[in-house]
Design a protein around this ligand. Sequence first.
Ligand SMILES: C[S@@+](CC[C@H](N)C(=O)[O-])C[C@H]1O[C@@H](n2cnc3c(N)ncnc32)[C@H](O)[C@@H]1O
Length: 444
Amino acid sequence: MTQTLTAIQRSLLDGRIIVNGDLHPEFDIPRGQRLLIISQDQSFLTHGFHKYPAKFFPELPRWLIRKYTDRGPVLDPMAGSGTVNIECLLQGIPSIAIDIDPFAQLLTRVKTTPLDEELLECTWEWIQAELNDRYPESHIMIPDFPGRDDIWFRQDITRELGIIKGAIERVPLAFDLEPRQSQKYKDFYYICMSSIIRAVSNADDHCTRTVVRKRLNKRIEKGDAFRRFIEVSRTNIQNMIQFSRVCPSNVQVEILEDSDARNTGLPSCSVELAVTSPPYINAVDYTRTHQLEMYWLGIIDPDDGPLAEMKRQHIGTESVLKKDYEDLKTFGLPSLDAVLESIYRVDPRRSFIIYKYFVDMKENFREIFRLLVPGGRYCVVVGNNVIRGHRIKTHEFFTEIASDIGFEVENYFVSEIIRHFIKVPRKERINDDWVIIFRKPTGD
Ligand SMILES: C[S@@+](CC[C@H](N)C(=O)[O-])C[C@H]1O[C@@H](n2cnc3c(N)ncnc32)[C@H](O)[C@@H]1O
């Protein structure tokens, strides 16, 4: 297939393909090809509502969806901020989102739920009028959580956030909305509020972990929470209006709440295509990334127990128990076991973290194999990170693991990454993503 000449240029220097924006669905990427997709629309419609670590740029899942399915359903078993689901919706294809993280579930729900233009505009007028220092004390809603006043927030900012939260909570009362309807508008404004929390906190804005750095030269002014919330909400309202105008009304996005990529609870042979980017091993602590946002939104309550419990459920978690790495654990793949052994000598804990990651991902491959219809594809996008001086060739191990389960490798290529929200030391950066397309055989 000839991709339009304006969209693709072949770089003469290194043989990689550079794509400006969308890839044509009929374009067949040569096996092993390096590709640089220059994203044109990362904040298009609802895509830009919130920062999320290792988020897809929309062009990649859009191409995979257009190429490998025309009716779905499509599953993203580690959906994160819901990029795959938004793209499915815009293509008119039903989809399912699973993510262990309740914040990711909320974000995906908001980004895939159209809202009424008029109601958005009048609820916004109302909220905006509430945001002032004369707001009644009894309506201010400030959650209690560890370190709120002595580490994370200035008191005047806490008060402003408490007023914003109070106003959002009172929208249903002011407009007499029925509960399902009111929840949609509340969630939308909560995501607007969530997207400014890091910026108005004392924590570093550019790190996936929530940390306060002594030498961080961050200036926060009185009124910043109000100002930023108003700015973000205005932009998001415009984007939500555009999204709601083009969003088909009869296409389902199912967001499963109590599901796990390793054990979804979905029926066998019920999915035509799965597309995902699993977490990198030991790179992003998703629970800690959004801990302040989750406290403010009421998604987690400090009384529910330590965050470590939540973290343990995550694939790629570094929250492991000492007794688990008293002995060397081997996986059964000679190439992987050699890495595990070598790292165990210097860092038994990290060796176990890597081992557990592949055990969990094996369960995920087995589960997706069960869910796919014969001939269905599982497209996995993953980077190889460096741990204790070893570059872990995750894509190669995935290929071996998935092949053992019964998948065929239909294609693979490298997608170069330009932008990072993941801040890691330079030599440990993940500069390439591998895109591997696995196919469940038809049995013919
Ligand atoms: C790299 S992110 C996905 C980003 C996504 N592609 C996007 O565009 O936003 C990986 C996701 O895997 C999720 N995850 C980790 N362990 C999981 C599990 N056991 N089941 C489901 N999701 C899981 C994390 O919460 C995280 O949101």
